[in-house]
Design a protein around this ligand. Structure first.
Ligand code: SAH
Length: 345
């Protein structure tokens, strides 16, 4: 479903021409949607009704609809459930940091990657999101909270590289100076490691941060946690990362979810060190967030600390992901899953 909020300014100008409107209308419309964050056509008071009608009968404008919000009393983290035009439900998280507000968006409704510890993949993939539906998660939150969003992470439900073209368009619109104008350096995209797309993204030479969900230092163990590891080896991922670094000069983030007794032992840290030594990278350790459907448990504080310490000792930059919104805590994708299940009952 093509819609007006997914169009670049250039495309919007062409579209205005096609429907017999003046070119300057494109810029007005673009600003209403991407800068002033209008939620609907009624807000766009300086545009003629006839133009709005023409658009609505042609392409329309997609907006997400907030159906639920949980806000943490501890740190202000908010989880939003949004409904899309076809009834699909997605989850988005707003995190408030000292350095600014960060929004974690979904790129798909559901996911087909099948990572064993992840709740978002249990019901499979419903569909990929339109570029505008990715943008609108951010727009809605900035509009509703009246607080500027300065960082965006594509780390919610879905595999962004499984929705690659829409992802690229989303990035273009998000960082465009005529719109929200978020710096590329403040955008992170996280992938389970679809190798050909890493090379494709490298060619675009964007200044975004690429995050790779590694979760294991060897292929055998990785295959047990992530089915995608049957398709691409860690060696192939590392080669693609080297190409990405060479093309962009950007440091790569490796995400590593620590699962008790599975991948959190000192020998695993040592293998990881061997793998990453000398690479322009950063490791983000995430104590796994247990989900009801699986028996994976979170590593103890002690093993997380030891794992971190071993990496540090070997000069690998590492941080442990801080748990935000502990009181509204639900592992990635669980709120969405519960909401959809209750609705279907
Ligand atoms: N598909 C992309 C982005 C979405 S997942 C990817 O795989 O990177 C975002 C991150 O959360 C990934 O690193 C994923 O492995 C991790 N994740 C998912 N479920 C988790 C859980 N229950 N506990 C900890 N990390 C989890």
């Amino acid at each position: 479903m093509p819609d007006i909020k997914s169009m670049t300014l250039k495309e919007l100008e062409q579209y205005m021409e096609e429907i017999g409107e003046k070119k300057f209308r494109a810029k007005q419309l673009y600003e209403w949607m991407h800068k002033k964050l209008a939620r609907n056509f009624d807000d766009m008071h300086n545009l003629p009704k006839s133009l709005k009608q023409k658009i609505q009968s042609g392409v329309g404008m997609l907006s997400v609809k907030e159906v639920q919000r949980y806000t943490s009393k501890i740190d202000g983290t908010a989880k939003f459930l949004f409904e899309l035009y076809d009834g699909s439900i997605i989850e988005t998280v707003l995190m408030r940091y000292k350095h600014g507000n960060s929004v974690c968006i979904s790129s798909q409704a559901g996911c087909r990657m099948g990572c064993r510890f992840c709740a978002s993949t249990i019901g499979g993939l419903t569909r990929s999101l339109e570029p505008s539906e990715m943008l609108d998660q951010i727009y809605h939150i900035q509009y509703a909270t009246r607080e500027r969003v300065s960082n965006v992470v594509v780390m919610g439900t879905g595999e962004p590289f499984d929705n690659f073209d829409h992802l690229l368009r989303f990035l273009e619109l998000l960082t465009n100076e005529q719109g929200l104008n978020i710096s590329q350096r403040n955008v992170t995209v996280s992938t389970c490691g679809i190798v050909p797309k890493i090379y494709e993204l490298a060619e675009k030479k964007l200044q975004i941060t690429l995050a790779i969900s590694l979760h294991s230092p060897n292929d055998k163990m990785r295959r047990e946690l992530m089915p995608i590891a049957n398709k691409y080896s860690i060696r192939e991922i590392m080669d693609a990362c080297d190409a990405y670094i060479a093309a962009t000069n950007r440091r790569i983030t490796f995400e590593y979810s620590l699962v008790k007794g599975v991948n959190d032992q000192p020998e695993h840290a040592k293998m990881l060190i061997h793998l990453l030594k000398g690479k322009l990278c950063h490791v983000n350790l995430i104590p796994v967030n247990p989900i009801d459907e699986r028996e994976y448990e979170q590593s103890t504080k002690q093993s997380v600390y030891e794992f971190q310490h071993l990496l540090e000792k070997n000069h690998i930059r590492v941080t442990v992901r801080r748990e935000m919104g502990r009181d509204i805590n639900a592992a990635c994708g669980q709120l969405r899953k519960r909401y959809v299940e209750n609705r279907e009952e």
